[in-house]
Structures are given as C-alpha cells and as structure tokens.
Write a protein that binds this ligand. Structure first.
Ligand SMILES: *Cc1c(COP(=O)(O)O)cnc(C)c1O
Length: 381
C-alpha cells in the first residue's frame, strides 16, 4: 500500500470514473436506474449511497486505518449518528472538557432518550475506572481539549475500556489522521468535524465517522441511512479536495505554531501558554509518544494588558471562532466559544477572562508574530 501523503492525494478509487478525469466526478443524481426489476444494483438512491461521498468515505477510512468511513452534513450530525448506536439505559463516560456543542447534544438531547452520562477528567485513568458502572457501554473524549489543550492518552483509555468491554469513541478533530491515528492506538470509533482541518478553508460544514470493524460499520451505516444527515456530493468533493493538501497545510501550521510559541515564551505579558509541544508541560510526554505533531491550536493567559483591547487590535489574526483553516484566527473563549458557561463554570474548568486562543494558519510566521507584537503594545495598561 502507498504511503500517507500519496494516499492523501490519490484516495482510493471506487472505479466509477470512466472518463480519465484526474478528479473523481461529482454525481448529483439522487436516483439510479435498475436494468430490470430484480437486478441487484450497486447504487439506487443517493441518501443510501453516492459515489462522490463514497470516494471521500473510503479515503478517510484508509487514512485512519479503519473499516469504513461515513460522511455527514456536520460534525454534530456525525456525533449524533455515532451516539445513536446506544440504547436507552446505557451509560457513557465523557471527557469533562469536550466541545460545547457535543456537551449540549449529550445533556439536552440524548439524556431525554435516556442515555446516562458521567463527566470525568479523562487524563485521570483511576477516575475513569471509578466511573465505570454495570450499564457503562463507552468512553467518549477528545485527546487534545479545547481551549486548554489538555492531553488524554488514547492508549491508556483503550486499555481500561477494553478490559471492561466498553467502546472507545474519540473526537480527533484537533489532530487529524496526519498527527494521530486513534484506531491504531486502540479506539473503536473516530469522529471529525471535517469543517476544521480536513476541509481546511472555512468554506464547508461537514462531519466524519470512521469505524474499526464490520459490526460497528453496520451500526453506523444504519444510523447514517436511517437518520439521513448525509454530506452532499459537492461538499463531499470539497472535503476530498481539502484532504489532498492536509499534510502540506499542517506542516506549515506546525512550524508557524512553534515559532509563535517561541515568541510568546519571551514576552512578559504572557503568563501561561497551553500547548502540549512545550517540554515539561503536563501533556508533552503522552503527546510525544502518541502523536507525530502537537497541533496548531494554542491558548495563553495574558497579564498587565487589556485582553479585549489586545484581541480587538489584531489585524492579520481575524477575530472568529472555529479553527483548522489556512487563515489564522484569534478568539476569547470566555466571551466567544465558551460564552455559554457561567463565569463560575468557566473558572472551574480553567477558562479565565484573560485566556486567549489562537488557531494558526499558513501565513508567514514573521507577519503573524508582528501582528501579535503590535497588538500587545497597543493593549498595554
Ligand atoms: C467544531 C467541532 C465540533 C462540531 O463540528 P461542526 O462541524 O461544527 O458540527 C465537534 N468537535 C470538535 C472538537 C470541534 O472543534
């Protein structure tokens, strides 16, 4: 089999392309002809299967070393489909710093369907073990959390989960298969908000589920087809195209992030940097052994400057939520991505009003650093 970057560019042909075009075609047809009534047809109706979507699904399954991939109309739709394989009365252990939209889906939607959840700091394996109950069926977490970049070991979680017959579900949005392959580390299901790094250009909302084995694939396929929140052929093509440049984008993003961390470390306005690539920080060891890079999102706390003034005066960094695209973004978690939490809840999970999150793009690092520098000067108090 070819290597990772070759797989990114070429994907896995599903033999639908008879024209010689170097890109797989976008099939918009919703329905397909039966040669005769009793014919067994490969394609019949596009919710159930579509060649453009399937190209992407095969491509991502391959990159994650999974059995099958499934593409959805958003990351949230992917998470909904993955959780819908459980039944009323089932209990799940979930990370205490998972994406806010995921937390809302679990607490305000799935609880009504009688799934039970226990929130745990998944870095603490004995706390995870202590939360296992007779009806526990799975553990759901993000290996790198947002916005504090806390690192959980997929290997350690998989070990305790499998001793107890639990499924391990990992939201790998922040790392992508280029930097971490959770199925290889022992996870059973991987989820992506493809809106972020896989798409890579802030122009499509999409989600992905990848499964480890046939049995899980059948259950996820049932949900995808029955619930029906599939990704459109055109958007499937955009994600496919984004994936082709995943590693070249991330290589630049990782380099830029390292340069920005080096700059921030020297500034006395920066009190604390949350980035697992910094030696000696809590997540460094696990991240070094389970990932081939530390990602391109970081956060930091500022001191002796007006934080609102600081983010409002960035020019190149655009003030916006989301991450993973070619352009660099800045946001204030306490007022933007995590504004849904009360200030007490924010402080409890470590989000101070002075915390700033950066999502690093592929611009020139010198320009990004110059922007940070002028905004810091501007915000002096
Ligand atoms: C953005 C995000 C989601 C939700 O994905 P959408 O594509 O916005 O529905 C889920 N998990 C993580 C970690 C995310 O960053």
């Amino acid at each position: 089999m070819s290597n990772f970057n070759t797989q990114l560019v070429h994907g896995k042909s599903c033999n639908e392309n008879k024209t010689g075009s170097v890109n797989p075609p976008i099939y918009n047809s919703t329905t397909y002809v039966y040669p005769s009534v009793n014919s067994k047809v490969r394609w019949d109706y596009a919710r159930s299967g579509n060649p453009t979507r399937e190209f992407l699904e095969n491509q991502i399954a391959n990159l994650e070393n999974g059995d099958r991939g499934f593409a959805f109309s958003s990351g949230m739709a992917a998470i909904h489909a993955a959780l819908s394989i459980f039944s009323p009365g089932d209990h799940l252990i979930i990370g205490d710093q998972i994406y806010g939209g995921t937390f809302r889906l679990f607490n305000q939607f799935f609880k009504r369907w009688h799934l039970e959840f226990t929130t745990v700091d998944t870095r603490n394996i004995s706390a995870v073990a202590a939360a296992i109950k007779p009806n526990t069926k799975g553990i759901y977490f993000e290996p790198f959390t947002n916005p504090l970049l806390q690192v959980t070991s997929v290997r350690d979680i998989a070990e305790i989960a499998h001793k107890n017959n639990l499924l391990v579900i990992v939201d790998n949005t922040f790392l992508t298969p280029y930097l971490q392959q959770p199925l290889t580390l022992g996870a059973d299901i991987v989820i992506h908000s493809a809106t972020k790094y896989l798409g890579g250009h802030s122009d499509v909302i999409a989600g992905i589920v990848v499964t480890k084995n046939k049995e899980l694939s059948e259950r996820i396929y049932f949900s995808q087809n029955a619930i029906g929140s599939v990704l459109s052929p055109s958007d499937s093509n955009l994600i496919r195209r984004g994936i082709q440049t995943l590693s070249v984008r991330l290589d630049r993003q990782l380099l830029n992030t390292q340069k920005i961390v080096n700059f921030l470390e020297k500034r006395n306005e920066i009190k604390k940097i949350n980035y697992p690539g910094i030696k000696g920080t809590p997540g460094y060891k696990i991240a070094s052994s389970e990932c081939s890079g530390f990602g391109a999102v970081l956060s930091f706390e500022v001191q002796n400057i007006d934080v609102i003034n600081f983010v409002n005066n960035m020019n190149l960094f655009q003030l916006a939520v989301s991450l993973g695209a070619v352009e660099s973004l800045v946001e204030l978690p306490s007022k933007m991505s995590h504004a849904e939490l009360s200030s007490t809840e924010q402080l409890k999970c470590g989000i101070s009003p002075n915390l700033v999150r950066l999502a690093i793009g592929i611009e020139d690092a010198v320009d990004l650093i110059a922007d940070l520098e002028q905004a810091l000067e501007h915000a002096k108090i």
